[in-house]
Design a protein around this ligand. Structure first.
Ligand code: PEP
Length: 251
């Protein structure tokens, strides 16, 4: 059975002190939850301190991005080994904000996924359509192309262990959540794509999250859908109460 993963993407929020205080409070708030996994993805500057604070707790740490090279003259970048060294076990790849503002391509997402896996990090691969793409009726085409490119060249057993986040871009930070039925439909479609290319074991094992304006009030309904294996949460992951409320709703 797949264990749902609730991952908080803090984006470019929280100072070091704020991040550590949050981790301390979350550790306590999330202590009793069962049947659900939780992770936070702070900015790079706070990764090691948050990982130190959460050590031995049930909450894992992830990064928001990674570069694919092991080391070198790549000013501003961070390697997979550096993330592992800082205490990360997850890394987000291909978030729509990186695609929109930093020219992240499908090809580079694939490079990042491969590099992350090589170093033992679990990638959380983001895919999702723009509003105009949904309105044009090409959601499945977009998601198929992003998923296919991100997973190109992977082995079925690698795919079985990773996380895909279906995040319709129009739902991110807008308060406009996909309906449970729409989220389930696209996520089931992604699982079928995985099955067609990588087989039953990969399709059964891969965790596919929903992301886009998830809150404590809508989390349980979304998570009750058979193919939705957790959530990638932005805004509501910035407050301990709301993030813990989402974890609780999914356990
Ligand atoms: C996100 O940034 O991945 C996200 C889903 O944000 P929000 O929850 O704020 O919509």
């Amino acid at each position: 059975m797949r264990v749902p993963l609730i991952a908080g993407n803090w984006k470019m929020y929280k100072t070091l002190a704020e991040a550590v205080a949050f981790a301390r409070a979350l550790k306590e708030a999330a202590a009793g939850f069962k049947g659900v996994e939780a992770a936070v993805c702070p900015p790079f500057a706070a990764l090691a301190a948050v990982a130190g604070e959460l050590k031995g707790s049930s909450v894992a740490v992830g990064a928001q991005d990674v570069f694919w090279e092991a080391e070198g003259a790549y000013t501003g970048e961070i390697s997979p080994a550096m993330l592992v060294d800082a205490g990360c076990s997850y890394v987000i790849a291909g978030h729509s904000e990186r695609r929109q503002y930093f020219q992240e391509t499908d090809e580079n997402v694939n490079r990042k996924v491969k590099a992350a896996l090589l170093h033992g990090l679990v990638p959380i691969i983001c895919v999702g359509e723009l509003l105009q793409e949904r309105e044009a009726g090409i959601t499945e085409k977009v998601v198929q192309s992003q998923t296919g490119a991100a997973l190109a060249g992977l082995k079925p057993e690698q795919v079985a262990g990773l996380v895909i986040a279906y995040e319709p871009v129009w739902a991110i930070g807008t308060g406009r959540t996909a309906t449970e039925a729409d989220a389930q439909q696209v996520i089931a479609f992604i699982r079928t794509l995985v099955r067609d290319s990588f087989g039953d074991v990969a399709a059964y094992g891969v965790r596919i999250q929903y992301g886009g304006s998830v809150k404590p009030e809508n989390a349980a309904g979304l998570m009750s859908q058979p193919d939705i294996d957790g959530a990638l949460v932005g805004g509501a992951s910035l407050k301990v109460d709301s993030f813990a409320g989402i974890i609780k709703a999914c356990g």
